[in-house]
Ligand binder design. Structure first.
Ligand code: KIV
Length: 295
C-alpha cells in the first residue's frame, strides 16, 4: 500500500523538503522540518493528522517497542512489519523507514533488494541509513534505483560497539572534521536529507550552512533545518532517564499506569462494570422463562 503524492494536496514530498532548504533561513517563508518516530497505526495516524512533516519508522522501535537493549537485534522482517502498520496511518507526511543493522552492511545488491522491500512491500517513500563516508557507494546505488535516502551522521546508534557507547560526537577538531566530511559525503552521494545526532550545536550549524540538503537534528541544537525526536521519549513512555535534548511534552507513562491501577481497583471492589455497562436479557425472553418456570 502506498500513498502517491499529488500536486497541491498538501502531501509532503522529497522535492518539497529540498525546496524548503533553498529558502534563506531568515525568510519568513522558511519553515523548519518537523519529524517524529512512529511504530504503529494509531500513533502514526495521530501525528499525521497533527501535521508532522516526516514520520520516521526508526530502528529505535527495537528498543522502545520491542524491549531490546540496543537497536542491533532488530530484524528486517520486524522493521517491515512496523513500517506497514505506520503506512496505514500516514497520508500527508513523508514516510521514511530506517534500515536495520545488518540489512545494508554486506553485499550492495542485497542491500538494494532490502531497501526495495521497504518501498514495494511496506510503502515507504524513502529509507534512512546510518554512516557517512563509508556509505557513499550504497547511497549512490539506492538513489540510482529511485529510492530517496536520508543519511544519518554523528552518533550512529548502530555503531555502539565500535564507538564504545552512546557519546556526543565531533567534540575535538579532528572528530568535528570527520563528521563534517561524513555529512558532505552523504550529500555528494545523493541523499535528500541528513539526520545529525548528538553533536555540538556549533558543528551542526556549520554542517547546516555547508550542505544544500536539509539537516534534521536530534541533540544537535536549534540551527538545523528541522528536528526529530523519538516519540516515546517526548511522551514519557520510556523507562530510563531520557537524554537532555529529549524534551518531555507529556507523561503518558503515568497516565497509563494510573488508568490501569484504577481499573484493577474498580474490578476488585465491584465498581466495574456497572449495570449501565452490562447487556441485558430482552424482556420478552425473561417473560418466556418465567412462564416456563411457573409451569
Ligand atoms: O531510530 C531512530 O529513532 C532514529 C532517530 C533517533 C533519528 O534514528
Amino acid at each position: 500500500m502506498s500513498i502517491l503524492p499529488r500536486q497541491g494536496d498538501g502531501k509532503i514530498t522529497v522535492p518539497e523538503l529540498l525546496q524548503r532548504k533553498d529558502l534563506a533561513a531568515d525568510s519568513p517563508n522558511q519553515k523548519k522540518i518537523t519529524c517524529l518516530t512512529a511504530y504503529d497505526y494509531p500513533t502514526a495516524r495521530l501525528m499525521d493528522e497533527a501535521g508532522v512533516d516526516v514520520v520516521l519508522v526508526g530502528d529505535s522501535v527495537g528498543m522502545v517497542m520491542l524491549g531490546y537493549d540496543s537497536t542491533l537485534p532488530l530484524t528486517l522482517d520486524e522493521a517491515l512489519h512496523h513500517t506497514k502498520a505506520v503506512r496505514r496511518g500516514v497520508r500527508r507526511a513523508l514516510l521514511v523507514a530506517d534500515m536495520p543493522y545488518g540489512s545494508y552492511h554486506g553485499d550492495l545488491n542485497e542491500s538494494l533488494r532490502n531497501a526495495m522491500r521497504f518501498v514495494k512491500e511496506a510503502g515507504a517513500e524513502a529509507v534512512k541509513i546510518e554512516g557517512g563516508e563509508r556509505r557513499l557507494e550504497l547511497i549512490s546505488r539506492l538513489t540510482e534505483a529511485e529510492i530517496p535516502v536520508m543519511g544519518h551522521v554523528g552518533l550512529t546508534p548502530q555503531s555502539v560497539n565500535a564507538l564504545g557507547g552512546y557519546r556526543v560526537q565531533g567534540k575535538s577538531p579532528a572528530a568535528a572534521e570527520q563528521v563534517l566530511r561524513d555529512a558532505r559525503s552523504v550529500e555528494a552521494a545523493g541523499a535528500f536529507a541528513i539526520v545529525l545526532e548528538a553533536m555540538p550545536r556549533e558543528l551542526a550549524a556549520e554542517i547546516t550552512r555547508s550542505v544544500r540538503i536539509p539537516t534534521i537534528g536530534i541533540g544537535a541544537g536549534p540551527e538545523c533545518d528541522g528536528q526529530v525526536l523519538v516519540l516515546h521519549d517526548m511522551l514519557g513512555l520510556t523507562f530510563e532517564e531520557p537524554p537532555k535534548f529529549a524534551r518531555r511534552y507529556a507523561n503518558l507513562g503515568e497516565v497509563i499506569s494510573q488508568a490501569v491501577h484504577q481499573y484493577c481497583e474498580d474490578v476488585q471492589s465491584g465498581r466495574f462494570p456497572t449495570d449501565a455497562e452490562s447487556y441485558h436479557t430482552p424482556a420478552s425472553v425473561k417473560n418466556r422463562k418465567a412462564i416456563a418456570i411457573a409451569r
